[in-house]
Design a protein around this ligand. Structure first.
Ligand code: ZN
Length: 698
């Protein structure tokens, strides 16, 4: 690890931030970012920093203050306001208390914020307060955890880092740890750093640079020490990445189905998970065929990982549905037993509404990889990053010939159910489709893009499906800029069953399964029957009918395998009920697609798959995207009626009862009605046409 401190960069931070925030906080911001930029030091809020200084109050008085990293900020991109200002004097006096409860501690921190709008500071704030140094840096560095999490770890740390470094046994974070740190330092006031067993490293200094340099130097010493003791060769993978990925694509829907938790609500019967796989050669090698099972089934590296990955992973070798379900159920029973045992022994069971669900977050599958689960892809990705770190560290311990030692189950329970930790997971308004994975065909068209937008606004994970090309690319860029990792583009030709199968596999590899299918791809053609070219008719037949069939077939097989129901919405048309002259190919093929969807509603009801239709009248465009259907039909209709584009649009508007202009958003809202399962409906059609009595389904 390099010391990346640069005098020029430091000067830039001072130039940019010091006028408003002061030089100390400007440099605190700089070195915090340097720490946050090292994945071997800090992951997902897993470190914190502070600086002591002064605060100018309204009376012009300078009062002693400490600025501590606030919850919700990551060091990597921290700004000066990411360190919350607190009144130092009062907080220092808390050191005189024998005990302090979690709720009281958080209350004291909030009550002593010098800016009431500042975010709640880290739960490790008092540790920063009780130490005397100006700058304090704290990380959960990989190399330090590699040494602390072994039998005999304290001796290894002393050997690696020398006797100027204090070693403190594991203590539950919060007030007790802060006191223990202060007492340990008081006994060795000339030490330059402190290692917290099964937790991390504290360094300090009178300047930001000094504290940062100590962190890098000590981690480097630990890394060198470890490198000299890697007596055993790294394991070698016995399966190829391609084999593992293939197996994962087959297993993921079954695993996702087994992980889903049944609810009491018949319309929303499942709490679902989104899966993110971790399949690399290193991971496959480490999982091997089970010889390192005991090591890998050990507790997390540090207790702040518990809220993300639970005390233990699930080891899963079964590959059939029953075997997977039995393994997941076994895990849940073991988790509940741990709660009973440790909850009763320690602080008592948390009230039922505060209990976490009992499903695993990391699933280790030899020959397949590690599967990371979360209620959203963002949660699953945090679990995945922690899994990468955890497995790397445990793998190194194995190569050192060491024996892993995590914290006790009692300490795990105390931290998993620690109030300030739980607060980090506060849901903050989960969205209606937040746990679901959807696929929209014909996404790059006007209606398709409108549906994508509305589903994403409701929290969906969305596969944006269309033929490869500019339309799909530009829509993807647009949607990803607003919704990031919840959007994946999938190039697919719906007329080709192979392309449909491989597209679905891509979605499964991305998020573990599929819950919601929107059949929107379609083609139009204008011709009288007298003039109809058979090739033109067949082109529509392939997209509108066979495309629908391919997707319904593939989705039906998937839904059966996953076992948690599903929803399908077909974008039908008012032409199914009120066909138009010169529109035979479109009306007939859409009618066939509509009929297939009705059949699907009959065949799939037993799987709790609901299949419904939305029947819009013409939609001209969605923002800058004009409808492909109208590009085909518009000019002819305009000619036939002697109208320009605006005139044609108002012609359509004026022919419905409500004189409504139909938009892609209207169609998308009808889709949302079915997707969110507002009523127990299947096989029904919802017109979106402003009222066209001739086209009303009956
Ligand atoms: Zn910590």
């Amino acid at each position: 690890m390099d010391n990346r401190w640069s005098a020029a960069e430091a000067a830039q931070f001072v130039f940019r931030y010091a006028p408003r925030w002061g030089e100390a906080l400007a440099l605190r911001t700089y070195s915090s970012r340097l720490l946050g930029g090292e994945r071997a030091l800090v992951l997902h809020g897993g470190g914190n920093t502070s600086v002591k200084g002064e605060w100018l109050n309204l009376l012009g008085e300078k009062i002693p203050a400490i600025f501590v990293k606030a919850s919700g900020w990551n060091l990597a991109g921290i700004e000066p306001e990411g360190h919350s200002p607190l009144a130092l004097d009062f907080l220092q006096r808390l050191q005189g208390l024998a005990t302090l409860g979690d709720a009281e501690m958080v209350q004291a921190l909030r009550a002593n914020l010098l800016d009431p709008a500042a975010a709640t500071p880290s739960i490790e704030t008092l540790l920063h307060v009780f130490l005397p140094h100006t700058f304090i840096d704290h990380t959960h560095a990989d190399a330090i955890l590699t040494l602390t999490n072994q039998v005999g770890g304290a001796a290894l740390i002393a050997e690696a880092l020398g006797d100027e470094v204090i070693v403190l046994p594991y203590v539950h974070p919060g007030f007790a740890l802060s006191l223990a740190v202060a007492e340990a330092f008081a006994k060795a006031p000339h030490s330059r750093a402190m290692v917290l067993m099964q937790h991390g490293l504290l360094t300090w200094g009178e300047t930001a640079q000094e504290s940062y340099a100590a962190m890098v130097a000590l981690v480097n010493r630990a890394e060198r020490f470890i490198a000299q003791r890697l007596h055993l060769p790294p394991p070698v993978a016995r399966v190829t990445l391609a084999e593992a990925r293939q197996r994962y694509a087959e297993l993921a829907p079954r695993l996702r189905g087994a992980l889903a938790v049944k609810t009491e609500d018949a319309d929303h019967p499942w709490q679902r998970f989104v899966l993110r796989p971790l399949i690399t050669e290193e991971i496959l090698a480490l999982l091997g065929t089970g010889e390192r099972r005991e090591l890998l089934l050990s507790p997390p590296l540090t207790t702040d990982h518990l809220i993300r990955i639970k005390p233990l992973p699930l080891w899963l070798e079964a590959q059939d549905t029953e075997g997977i379900q039995a393994a997941v159920e076994g895990y849940r029973q073991a988790y509940r037993a741990y709660l009973q045992r440790e909850g009763a022994a320690e602080t008592g069971m948390p009230p039922p509404e505060q209990l976490f669900d009992s499903s695993p977050r990391l699933i280790f599958m030899p020959g397949v990889g590690v599967v990371c689960a979360g209620h959203t892809s963002a949660d699953a990705e945090i679990a995945r990053d922690l899994a990468v770190q955890t497995l790397a560290v445990k793998g190194v311990i194995a190569r050192m010939g060491g024996q892993y030692e995590g914290v006790t189950p009692q300490a795990q329970f105390a931290m998993e159910y620690y109030g300030p930790q739980r607060a980090k997971l506060a849901p903050g308004g989960a969205l209606p489709l937040g746990q679901r994975v959807a696929l929209v065909t014909g996404a790059a068209g006007a209606i398709g893009s409108g549906i994508c937008r509305v589903l994403l606004e409701q929290g969906c994970h969305l596969a944006v499906v269309d033929l490869p090309g500019e339309g799909l690319d530009s829509l993807t860029v647009e949607l990803q800029s607003a919704h990031g990792g919840r959007v994946v583009p999938v190039a697919m030709d719906v007329t080709d069953a192979q392309s449909v199968a491989s597209g679905l596999r891509e979605v499964i590899q991305k998020w573990g399964g599929l819950d919601l299918l929107i059949l929107n791809a379609g083609l139009a053609h204008v011709s009288s029957l007298e003039e109809m070219q058979s090739e033109a008719f067949q082109r529509l037949q392939r997209v509108n009918v066979e495309g629908t069939l391919h997707l319904l077939s593939a989705a039906a097989r998937h839904f059966r395998c996953q076992g948690t129901g599903g929803d399908v919405v077909l974008i039908s048309t008012k032409n199914v009920f009120a066909p138009g002259a010169n529109f035979g190919a479109y009306s007939a093929t859409k009618a066939a697609a509509h009929q297939l969807a009705r059949i699907a509603s009959l065949e799939l009801a037993a799987l709790d798959v609901r299949v419904n239709m939305v029947a819009p009248d013409g939609v001209f465009s969605d923002g800058k995207r004009s409808s492909g259907l109208w590009a085909e039909v518009g000019p002819d209709r305009m000619r036939a009626r002697g109208l320009d584009a605006a005139g044609l649009e108002s012609y359509y508007q004026n022919r419905n009862l409500l004189k409504a202009r139909i938009t892609a958003t209207h169609v998308a809202r009808a889709v949302l009605f079915f997707a969110t399962r507002q009523t127990p409906s299947t096989g029904v059609t919802l017109p979106v046409d402003g009222g066209l009595p001739d086209a009303t389904p009956r």
